[in-house]
Design a protein around this ligand. Structure first.
Ligand code: FRU
Length: 552
């Protein structure tokens, strides 16, 4: 491997036998070596010379993730990942586009290089770049102790991978058989020359219980590559709140700073409100809102913002099943900011597909943009070597209209539009083989119209969007989510915008009145789209175009 312009090798290694270590060899330098982690993966960093050939040798250890960093221009170039193709072979620099181009990997939704990802964290715009951090387990495709991954973008669509930022506490790394946790979700507040981060540090037994400790920490950065030491700003939950006490989101209203935290109070999911004059010293105020629905263990990843002259709060229902059988839905609340509470005037589901969770928003140049984690709550993930669990929704612009939350994909998504495969009107149409299975379909109806659209078919498994007497819904067959009613709360359907991206589909209804995200794993990278409207004459305009990959 040649380092090119990079000067650091970051490698996560764990011993498979006593004495396990990583050696980095070059012809011109002495061999560098470091011990792999014993109980858990150690994050090893080797200083290397640029433009130099090296070989990585692992003695009695396994490596989960490996990349080159330490480059002056890293916000532009990103890290370079290395993988070994066989057990005995060496680590080879990988090409992004080829790596991501597999049937069950998104091509234009952000997803990590590999392994588990959950919530978006620290979304912000700072000095010319959008930053996205995310909950990350670099070592496997299941949730485990949490790190913060990091990526940047100039357009919120094409992302560049950056080095990992945070790792689990040293106590967890030393004793992962009995303690779990790590750097849980949090947010960023960007000033002109500095970004302030808030996050939860979780530490506790493998089964969450009253011994679980969740505290709120703060850190800063001036270049988004180096971060200050974290400082604890809230040590204990307030009286009456459960040990689930996490996911700080900070905003300014008037002259004061507010933080919302996810928790529950007396068995009801609650968003807790804190106040501060200086962003460092926080006082508990009261619950911002308490949800009356039963069986919400924690109101995770709350968000609060001023939008279109109103106040909008949202959050995710941990361990909750709704009336349609959907698991872990997310809800939004529109209201007025009254005595530091939210006087609710309207509410609804954030995403009717229920594969969207833990969304976080930020504002930039007058737009309020939200990104959600595309999660698998029905056990449908198919694991294969080098694959990833989890991705992010297309960034959505939020607006309040007619007392409802409207969400549309940000305008920049149009830059990915490729070859048009169909354009027409007044007829039904069917495309049975769509190479690459990454497309956008737009349909405009003259009036409310009933229809079935086949969005995916893989042997006896299928996914459809159906609008009939029972309303508009996504329906799956032959997969674990079969039987669950993914229903949109809309009275009629006049406009559809459908984004298919291999294993993910996002459906935007009536220019953002409702949005549904659903996973559907195809074994091939060939897709389909078949519109069967009851009154084909109602189709004013239909178009289906391929979407380009963001990994080029
Ligand atoms: C939501 C969540 C957060 C928590 C994080 C841990 O998906 O459970 O509440 O901070 O994930 O990974």
């Amino acid at each position: 491997m040649n380092t090119g312009q990079y000067t650091c090798l970051e490698i996560f290694a764990k011993q498979t036998a006593a004495g396990g270590r990583v050696r980095v060899l070059s012809k011109t330098q002495e061999t560098l070596e470091q011990a792999a982690g014993g109980a858990y993966y150690a994050w090893l960093k080797f200083s290397l010379k640029p433009d130099t050939e090296y070989e990585i040798v692992c003695d009695d250890c396994e490596v989960s993730l490996c990349y080159l960093s330490g480059n002056e221009n890293i916000l532009e170039t990103g890290v370079r990942y290395l993988e070994r193709t066989g057990k005995e072979s060496g680590f080879i620099l990988q090409d992004l586009a080829a790596w991501y181009d597999r049937p069950a990997r998104e091509t234009y939704h952000f997803a990590p290089w590999k392994n588990w990802m959950n919530d978006p964290n620290g979304l912000c715009w700072f000095q010319g770049y959008y930053h996205m951090f995310y909950q990350f387990n670099p070592h496997g495709q299941e949730w485990s102790n949490m790190y913060w991954g990091h990526a940047v973008s100039k357009d919120l669509i094409r992302w560049t991978h950056l080095p990992i930022v945070l790792e689990p506490q040293k106590e967890i790394l030393a004793d992962p058989e009995t303690i779990k946790g790590g750097a849980f979700s949090g947010c960023a507040v960007a000033d002109e020359d500095e970004v302030v981060f808030y996050l939860t540090r979780h530490q506790g037994p493998l089964q969450d219980c009253a011994d679980t400790v969740e505290q709120q920490w703060m850190m800063r950065s001036r270049d988004m590559i180096h971060f200050t030491q974290e400082k604890c700003v809230i040590e204990n939950p307030p009286e009456g709140a459960s040990f689930d006490f996490r996911d700080p989101k900070v905003l300014k209203i008037g002259a004061l700073w507010y933080m919302v935290l996810g928790s529950s109070m007396k068995g009801r999911g609650a968003i807790l409100l804190y106040e501060s004059k200086d962003r460092e010293h926080w006082e508990y105020v009261q619950p911002l809102l308490t949800e009356e629905k039963n069986q919400i263990r924690c109101f995770e990843c709350p968000d609060l913002m001023e939008l279109d002259g109103r106040c909008l709060a949202m959050g995710a229902f941990m361990e909750h099943h709704d009336d349609c059988g959907r698991y872990q839905m997310s809800r939004y609340y529109i209201g007025n900011w009254q005595d530091r509470k939210l006087e609710i005037t309207g509410e609804g589901w954030f995403d009717f597909g229920s594969n969207c969770y833990a969304m976080q928003s930020f504002e930039h140049q007058g737009r309020r943009i939200s990104i959600g984690w595309i999660s698998d709550f029905y056990g449908e993930h198919v694991e294969y070597p080098g694959g990833a669990y989890g991705s992010m929704t297309i960034p959505r612009q939020l607006r309040i209209r007619n007392g409802r939350l409207y969400m549309t994909p940000i305008a920049e998504i149009a830059s990915l539009k490729g070859e048009i495969l169909y354009q027409g009107s007044g007829e039904n149409f069917a495309l049975q083989t769509i190479q690459g299975n990454a497309y956008r379909a737009k349909i405009r109806f003259a009036a409310n119209t009933l229809f079935t659209i086949l969005l995916g078919q893989d042997d006896d498994r299928s996914i459809s969007l159906i609008h009939d007497a029972e309303g508009l819904r996504i329906e799956t067959k032959g997969v674990k989510s079969e039987g669950i009613v993914f229903r949109a709360d809309v009275e009629e359907v006049k406009d559809l915008e459908i984004y298919m991206d291999r294993r993910v589909v996002e459906v935007y209804v009536n220019e953002g009145e409702a949005v549904g995200t659903k996973l559907f794993y195809n074994t091939s990278a060939e897709g389909c789209f078949e519109l069967c409207a009851m009154k084909a004459g109602n189709v004013v305009r239909a178009e289906l175009a391929l979407m380009k990959s963001i990994w080029r």
